[in-house]
Structures are given as structure tokens and as C-alpha cells.
Design a protein around this ligand. Structure first.
Ligand code: SF4
Length: 694
């Protein structure tokens, strides 16, 4: 129960919203949560917090919370409330029936970046060890999978290089495709602090974001690039660095693979990458691109921070590798104040990737195709493991429509609302013989489910989250789970019902197992977390207290790999019928699909998704400020209220996806990153026209 009153005691825990991972004191009166107070001892936030973490926790006791398991034989039948044992038994029996009828690999599971490391680890373990398939994936697929791929290919580790506090030693900060003051507010404030101290800011973004208006700073440099032009931009920046002699030759000679550097240098020196040639494609003036390259390369410490505006493109992985190229070419790696820093979206998106959620990697990014790796897990888990990578989420959808994939266990992700091309996703979900949804609310995905297993919020469980700076923070139970079980207990019971033994008494035992099979977590344990407060992995014999800044003397792959990053324009192009480009993002007071923020009783959280449109584009279509408009793409259409905005550049419109009615993903396309299938949410050609139909 959450009520007002004077607190009597408190529990230190971690925010369940964004990848900053702020620590809070959950202040209690008896078993009632009175308030969430940012904790000064928090090593990611030092006592700061944003409006979401501080005030948006009312959803935890909202009347919509699921408290009873439910089952049904078909999605057109009514739900039947049952006891846990019956629901879990039903789910396990149906999973086995599907496997008997359609084969071992006709089933799969999706882990959640909202759940703890321990819970995520158990879901992928259930899929691999109990179901015998590598058909496991995570919602990171639709956000930062290109980060995992791109950073591993270039720097050898699928994670950001720095701690957040490192930004206070940056001289030039390049922000690409991220809006930290809205999406990562506490880090956004830290960044602003450094800007007020005199650091230079460069922003590459189609919109004029708030960071550009930070008071009392040096003149920021905005590159208002066109959605889809990221690779062209990072190549143009690199071209200037190479052709104007701005490289850090000593770093390159000592730390980078000479063959790959030579190939990259020859590629990037080609005049076709020059800002003067690519300016029209990029959408920013050539001289401004040159200035940006000179500022970044010439600064003592140059740091790059990027977000989903980099990853959610058909060339998301290429851009991530291009960013790593920039950092290596200028020697901006391996010390405080520099680095390549993905701003992770969800509270535990880093952790869900670390824990082996991807179909090709076991925990710690260890390949399933490596027999020695498999052998160590086979010994620990007591089963023989499949050696072929499984299906990614889009592959599961396609296989479901083709009749090859028949059952799915989804923990804590609303794929029907959050994944692109809603029509395709719904068709896939409708094709399943069995959909098991474990969530705190009856979400959009649950409409297609046969089993509902009530989930638990971060207030109701023990565990850990890993934030965007690889910091493992403790999550501590504040109140008993509303439905009687923590998520890891539900997964454990499902594994047991499938006949696979799992007998953990506490998440600390799961972490002990994670440490035993994951070299980068070898030194992580609950007692060590208590002692140190938090730990930034890798934590092992070489780094017993963790590692705030990675790649100081060498890369995990030895020499850094500079990769040729060919610009391939997206197939999603404007045309006479669809003359504008739509891109998407978030606002400060809402979070992703809004399942939590929309269920917090406070006026701050009310609102709607709107379409931001430049006044010139609005005038050309006779669209008034506030008027409902139809947004049509090649995939579908939806209706939103228009908002005239000077933040937009002409030709580009913008919306958020926090409310189910907005239908943002009805109009996004099937395009995805070539390497990881991360959807291209950020580029959709649309037509916008006035309507009275709302
Ligand atoms: Fe929570 Fe992120 Fe806000 Fe911190 S910045 S309070 S982690 S939403």
C-alpha cells in the first residue's frame, strides 16, 4: 500500500525506469511506502533523481495490477482465474505438447529489460536448459542490440566505456541521437553541469533538443541531420579528421590493428566522404561538419554519448562502429573524460544483454557456437545445449506466421505495442498455439495470450539491475509481491513443472551461479555488492572492485578494430505520396509505452502523444496548431493532434509512443538494422493531412 505519512524506516533500492540507475531510499511506515527519496550514497546519482523515479511509483498498487493467474484455451474465450499451480502446470503441459507436435525449436522466450539480472538469467536458462532451444531474445533487440554488436566488433566488449562521472572531465561532448535531459535526466543534469563549466557541446540530431539551450555555456554546435544520415555524418567527421591530420597517430600505432586501420584510412580518405560532398545528404552545412570534427578531435578529452537515434536504423550497427572508429582515430579511449557511451534506455537493458538473452550468446556474451563455452554451461546446468543460434524476435514473428513457431513465453515486455509494424506483430501472435505473458498489467500483448502469470514490480523483489555504465546496483524488496510470488520464483516453478530442476532460495544464489559461469562477473556477489555499494563489471581477479573506465591499456580483443563503414541509404524514402520523414522519441514525464507512468495518479502523467511539425510544413498543408491530423505511411495510418514546433526542421515530423491510442507503431515499417534486426523506428516516410476524425 502506498500512502502519505511520516516514514519510520527505509530500504535502499534502485529506480526501475531508465538506464541511469538512480539509488533511492524507499521510505516506509509499517508496510506502507510513504515516499521515494533520492539517496546521496547512490554511486550513479549522488542524491539526484528525476520526476519519474521520485514520484511515478503509484502504478505499483494501481487497481489494474494483475494479482491472480489466468488461463484460457483460445484467445476468443473469457479468462478463468486459477491458482498458481494450475496456471504453471497448464503452461508447462502446453509447452511440451507444442514441442511434441511441432518440434523442439517451435517454442521460445523473451526476457525483459525491466526485470532483474537474476530473473533474466533464469528465463534464458529455462529456454535453453529446460526447453532445449536457443530461441531466446530480449527487448534490447528493439533498442540497443546494435550497440552490443558494434562495440564488440570494434572494441571487443558489448558495453559503454566510461562511468557517468567521467563526463566531468570531458572537454568536448558529442551527443548523437540522444536527448538526455528527457530520456536520462540525471545524467543530462550532470552533462549540463560540465557544459556550464565550459565544455564544448556538439549535438547531432534532427531536432533542436533542450541540451542546446543550456544556459551559461560556450556556443553549442548543432548538426540538424536528416533521419537516416548517421553513417554519412560519422564518415564525414572521420574524413575531416584523417585529411586534416587530426588523428592521434601514437594511439593508433599502439592500440589499433594496422591492417584494419590501413583499410579504414584508405576508405575514409576518399573525397566522396567530404562534408562538401555529403552535406546535402546529411542535412547540415559542410563548414559546420568540419568545425564539429575539429572541435572533437582537437579537444583534450573528447567524449561521445549516443542513444536510440543511432541504433534504431537500418544501419544502426554501422553507426555504432563508425562512432568507435572516431574515438580510436582520435585516441579518445581508455581514460576519464573520453570514450564511447551508449545511453541505455531501460533500467536493465545492459543487464538483460549481459545475462545471455540473445539467441547467439550465453551469459557474458559467450557464443553458443563455441563448444568449449557450451561445455562449461552444460556442466553447470546438467544438460546438453543446442549449438546453433536461435531465432531473434522478428524471426519468431515471421516463423509464427509461417507456422514454424507455435509457443512463446514473454516476461515483462509489451511486444504488441512496442514492436514495429503492429499489424505484422498481431498476426504473428494470433498464429501461436500458446502465448504465456508474465506481466504486472493486462497489456496489449495479453490480448493474444493463453496464460497470464502476474508479475512483480521492483518494489516487490530482491535482485540487481545493471545501468548504462555497467554498474550493478542492488534492488531490495520493499513490500511483499501483490500476487504472492517474485518473477524469478515464477520462472523457477515453470522450469520445475517442465521437469528441469531449479532450487534457488534467494536471488543471491542465482547471482552466485551467474558469477561461476560468467568471467566478467566472476567477482560479483551480494556480500561484495553490500561492501562496495555497487560494482561496474568486469569484476574478477584482475579487477576485484570493478572497472569504471574500460580499455585503458588494451582491448579485450587485443588491438582495436577499425571497421569500414559504407553508407547505405535506407530504403525508406520520401516520395510525392509520402513527402515527410517521421522520427520518434520520448518526453521527460512519460516512459516508453507508458504502462507505469500512465498509471500513476498525478496530473503530471496525463497527456497525449502529439505530432510535432515545423510551422512551414503545417502552413503548406493548412494545419492549425492543435488540430487533429492523419499521419499515413506505407504501412498504416493514425490520427494525432498537431503541434507547431520550431524544434523541427522542415520536412521532418516527430512523435512519441507513450499512449496506446497514438498508433506510432502502426505506421513504422519492417526495416531493420542489417546486423541485428533492430527496427528502424527513426525513419518513416509519411504524409500528414488535416482531419476532424479523432
Ligand atoms: Fe529513474 Fe532515470 Fe530518473 Fe534516475 S534519471 S530517477 S534512473 S528515470
Amino acid at each position: 500500500v502506498i500512502e502519505q505519512g511520516q516514514p519510520e524506516h527505509s530500504v535502499i533500492t534502485t529506480c526501475a525506469y531508465c538506464g541511469v540507475g538512480c539509488s533511492f531510499k524507499a521510505e516506509m511506515k509499517g508496510d506502507q511506502l510513504v515516499r521515494m527519496t533520492p539517496w546521496k550514497g547512490g554511486q550513479a546519482n549522488h542524491g539526484h533523481a528525476c520526476v519519474k523515479g521520485r514520484f511515478a511509483f503509484g502504478y505499483a498498487t494501481h487497481k489494474d495490477r494483475l494479482t491472480k493467474p489466468m488461463i484460457r484455451d483460445a484467445i476468443d474465450q473469457p479468462w478463468r482465474e486459477v491458482e498458481w499451480e494450475e496456471a504453471i502446470g497448464f503452461a508447462a503441459r502446453r509447452l511440451r505438447e507444442v514441442q511434441q507436435q511441432h518440434g523442439t525449436h517451435s517454442v521460445g522466450g523473451i526476457t525483459s529489460s525491466r526485470c532483474t539480472n537474476e530473473e533474466t538469467y533464469l528465463v534464458q536458462k529455462l529456454v535453453r536448459a529446460a526447453l532445449g532451444t536457443n530461441n531466446t531474445d530480449t527487448c534490447a533487440r528493439v533498442c540497443h542490440s546494435p550497440t552490443g554488436y558494434g562495440l564488440k566488433m570494434t572494441l571487443g566488449e558489448s558495453a559503454g566505456t566510461q562511468d557517468f562521472d567521467s563526463v566531468l572531465q570531458s572537454d568536448c561532448i558529442l551527443v548523437i541521437g540522444a536527448n538526455p535531459t528527457d530520456a536520462h535526466p540525471v545524467f543530462g543534469s550532470l552533462l549540463r553541469k560540465r557544459l556550464r563549466q565550459g565544455a564544448q557541446l556538439i549535438v547531432a540530431d534532427p531536432r533542436h533538443i533542450d541540451l542546446l539551450d543550456t544556459p551559461h555555456t560556450a556556443e553549442p554546435l548543432h548538426l540538424p541531420l536528416r533521419p537516416g544520415a548517421n553513417v554519412a555524418l560519422v564518415n564525414a567527421l572521420a574524413h575531416v579528421i584523417v585529411t586534416e591530420g587530426l588523428e592521434d597517430k601514437e594511439f593508433i600505432a599502439g592500440r589499433c590493428s594496422p591492417e584494419e586501420y590501413a583499410a579504414w584510412r584508405e576508405f575514409i580518405a576518399d573525397p566522396g566522404h567530404a562534408p562538401e560532398v555529403m552535406s546535402a545528404v546529411i542535412g547540415a552545412p559542410a563548414e559546420r561538419i568540419r568545425d564539429a570534427a575539429r572541435l572533437y578531435a582537437g579537444a583534450g578529452n573528447g567524449a561521445i554519448y549516443y542513444g536510440l537515434g543511432v541504433t534504431e536504423h537500418s544501419q544502426g550497427s554501422t553507426t555504432v562502429m563508425g562512432i568507435a572508429n572516431l574515438a580510436m582515430a582520435t585516441g579518445n579511449i581508455g581514460r576519464p573524460g573520453v570514450g564511447v557511451n551508449p545511453l541505455r534506455g531501460q533500467n536493465n537493458v545492459q543487464g538483460s544483454c549481459d545475462m545471455g538473452s540473445f539467441p547467439h550468446e550465453l551469459p557474458g556474451y559467450q557464443p553458443v557456437t563455441d563448444a568449449a563455452v557450451r561445455a562449461s554451461f552444460e556442466q553447470a546446468w546438467g544438460v546438453e545445449l543446442h549449438g546453433e543460434p536461435g531465432l531473434r524476435i522478428p524471426g519468431m514473428f515471421d516463423a509464427a506466421i509461417e507456422g514454424r513457431f507455435k509457443a512463446m513465453y514473454v516476461q515483462g515486455e509489451d511486444i504488441a505495442q512496442s514492436d514495429p509494424n503492429t499489424q505484422h506483430v498481431e498476426a504473428a501472435l494470433r498464429s501461436l498455439d500458446l502465448l504465456i505473458v508474465q506481466d504486472i498489467f493486462l497489456n496489449e500483448t495479453a490480448k493474444f495470450a493463453h496464460v497470464i502469470l502476474p508479475g512483480s514490480t521492483f518494489l516487490e523483489k530482491n535482485g540487481t539491475f545493471t545501468n548504462a555504465e555497467r554498474r550493478i546496483n542492488r534492488v531490495r524488496k520493499v513490500m511483499p509481491p501483490l500476487a504472492g510470488k517474485e518473477d524469478w520464483q515464477v520462472t523457477q516453478e515453470l522450469a520445475q513443472a517442465l521437469g528441469y530442476p531449479m532450487h534457488y532460495e534467494h536471488p543471491s544464489e542465482i547471482m552466485a551461479e551467474i558469477a561461476s559461469v560468467t568471467p566478467s562477473f566472476a567477482g560479483v556477489s551480494y556480500p561484495r555488492l553490500e561492501e562496495l555499494g555497487s560494482i561496474q563489471w568486469p569484476c574478477n581477479d584482475q579487477h576485484p572492485s570493478g572497472m569504471p573506465v574500460m580499455h585503458g591499456d588494451s582491448f579485450p580483443i587485443g588491438l582495436g578494430r577499425m571497421v569500414v563503414t559504407e553508407f547505405m541509404p535506407t530504403s525508406e524514402k520520401v516520395s510525392e505520396a509520402f513527402p515527410l520523414l517521421l522520427t520518434t522519441g520520448r518526453i521527460l514525464s512519460q516512459y516508453n509505452v507508458g504502462a507505469q507512468t500512465r498509471r500513476t495518479e498525478n496530473n503530471v502523467w496525463h497527456g497525449e502523444d502529439v505530432l510535432e511539425i515545423h510551422p512551414h510544413d503545417a502552413a503548406a498543408r493548412g494545419i492549425q496548431d492543435g488540430q487533429p491530423v492523419t499521419i499515413a505511411s506505407r504501412t498504416g495510418n493514425t490520427v494525432l493532434r498537431a503541434e507547431h514546433s520550431q524544434r523541427m526542421q522542415p520536412g521532418v515530423v516527430y512523435t512519441t509512443f507513450h499512449f496506446p491510442h497514438s498508433g506510432a507503431n502502426v505506421i513504422t515499417t519492417d526495416n531493420s538494422d542489417w546486423a541485428t534486426n533492430c527496427p528502424e523506428y527513426k525513419v518513416t516516410a509519411v504524409q500528414v493531412s488535416g482531419t476532424s476524425d479523432r
